[in-house]
Write a protein that binds this ligand. Structure first.
Ligand SMILES: [Zn+2]
Length: 171
């Protein structure tokens, strides 16, 4: 049995020339519209980028804050301006946020943002490098129980290292 395509190839394979012209024109107008949309989208993206670039960017604090910021925070929390520099400022509602405290640096120039597992100071950093456990004055003040546990583990590591000869010495 012959199929419809075999008996009437021109009806399916080739289209009348006016139809081809019309389709081509249509395709071109669609492409032009698409190009215009793309150009508009590109322009919009560029404008947004430019706008974002001009907006003020947050400064990287690394958890270290100037005294005046901590004092502003105290004013926000209490409704009273202050020039006091307490050793430590505890944040309200610790059950809602990560428990943390602002602890005054020994130079009294900064407050460190101290959490149960981190202090941004140098002492903490080097303790972590040496023992893999952080320890510093600020953390001890803010989280005494966790700090004493950390100190106990550090002492353990120290004793272990004293009794076991180091690899370098053995070589
Ligand atoms: Zn510290």
């Amino acid at each position: 049995m012959e199929s419809a395509i075999d008996s009437h190839p021109e009806a399916f394979g080739r289209k009348p020339s006016w139809m081809v012209e019309q389709m081509r024109a249509e395709a071109e107008s669609i492409k032009a519209a698409a190009d215009q949309t793309a150009a508009q989208a590109m322009g919009e993206a560029c404008r947004l980028n430019e706008k974002a670039r001009k907006m003020p960017q947050p400064q990287e604090t690394e958890g270290k804050f100037e005294i005046r910021f901590a004092q502003a925070l105290v004013e926000i929390m209490t409704g009273r301006a202050t020039i006091a520099k307490p050793d430590m400022i505890r944040m309200p509602e610790p059950e809602k946020f990560e428990p943390l405290a602002l602890v005054l640096s020994s130079t009294e120039q900064f407050y460190y943002r101290v959490t149960a597992s981190f202090c941004p100071c140098q002492g903490w950093y080097w303790s972590n490098v040496r023992y893999g456990i952080g320890k510093c004055r600020h953390h001890t003040l803010a989280f005494p129980e966790i700090a004493s546990e950390n100190a106990r583990r550090i002492e353990q590591i120290k004793t272990q290292r004293k009794t076991e000869p180091s690899r370098r010495a053995a070589q």
